[in-house]
Design a protein around this ligand. Structure first.
Ligand code: NI
Length: 250
């Protein structure tokens, strides 16, 4: 008679334990005071309190082989990143876009087809943005909030028609040029600062390797990784449509 009771007790304990773990993951947040006295909350496990914070951002995907490997790596290292996806690529690989979204990364827009927006007419700019938004919403049910204009190419017409905050970058890893993980790490270490936005591309194997090295190395230097929206919130910056942002210093 003793054995079933013990089994039952451990079964119930396990249930409670599992449940508690889920609640902790879903709801535990750390409330911290941002500049300007604004209280903001960040998920507990990211634990950015007392750390320098940066955002890892990945453009031009999704591309199944490399993006999925990157997602595995980010999950293993418990890092949330920001993905500026192309509408054309997301419509080709919706299951990868869905995984980005489901795993709580920030899904953002890199426009529909990577045109240089400052060479387009107003209505063409709006179309590049709205088509990508429709594709991403069709996959996740949610509109992306942020846009990264291809090549960082912006003018007044773009600003007036993009209808979203425009996110550029302050650390250019030049991963597309070097295709070398060590070079990506070195460029990052040489130019990173508290509040930086780091530009990479999740379509190269070397960028995935570089991202892993960046996470390990910057953590040794008291950095933690957050999404772009979290970075702006933590720094008390309200993102406005048509404005340009490249970093969020303390
Ligand atoms: Ni791009």
């Amino acid at each position: 008679m003793g054995v079933p009771v013990v089994l039952l007790v451990s079964f119930v304990a396990c249930l409670l334990g599992c449940h508690r773990e889920q609640v902790r993951d879903a709801e535990s947040v750390l409330s911290i005071e941002a500049p300007m006295g604004k209280q903001v909350e960040v998920p507990y496990k990211r634990n950015a309190y007392g750390k320098k914070i940066v955002a890892l951002t990945f453009d031009d995907g999704p591309f199944p082989a490399t993006t999925n490997r990157l997602l595995d790596l980010l999950r293993e290292k418990e890092v949330q990143a920001t993905f500026f996806e192309l509408g054309t690529m997301a419509s080709r690989y919706p299951e990868v876009t869905k995984r980005v979204y489901d795993e709580k990364h920030e899904l953002a827009s890199h426009t529909m087809s990577h045109k240089q927006l400052n060479k387009l007419r107003a209505n063409e700019v709006a179309t590049e943005v709205s088509q990508a938004r429709d594709v991403l919403r069709g996959i996740t049910g949610e509109d992306p909030k942020l846009v990264r204009p291809p090549y960082g190419a912006i003018n007044v017409v773009v600003a007036e028609n993009v209808g979203a905050p425009m996110i550029l970058w302050t650390v250019d890893t030049e991963d597309w040029k070097s295709k070398d993980a060590s070079a990506v790490l070195e460029r990052t270490k040489a130019t990173v600062f508290d509040g930086a936005v780091i530009l990479m591309h999740d379509i190269y194997e070397s960028s995935v390797d570089g991202a892993g090295m960046i996470i390990d190395e910057l953590r040794k230097d008291n950095y933690e990784f957050v999404t772009v929206s979290e970075l702006s919130e933590l720094r008390g910056v309200e993102l406005k449509d048509g404005e340009v942002y490249g970093s969020f210093r303390p």
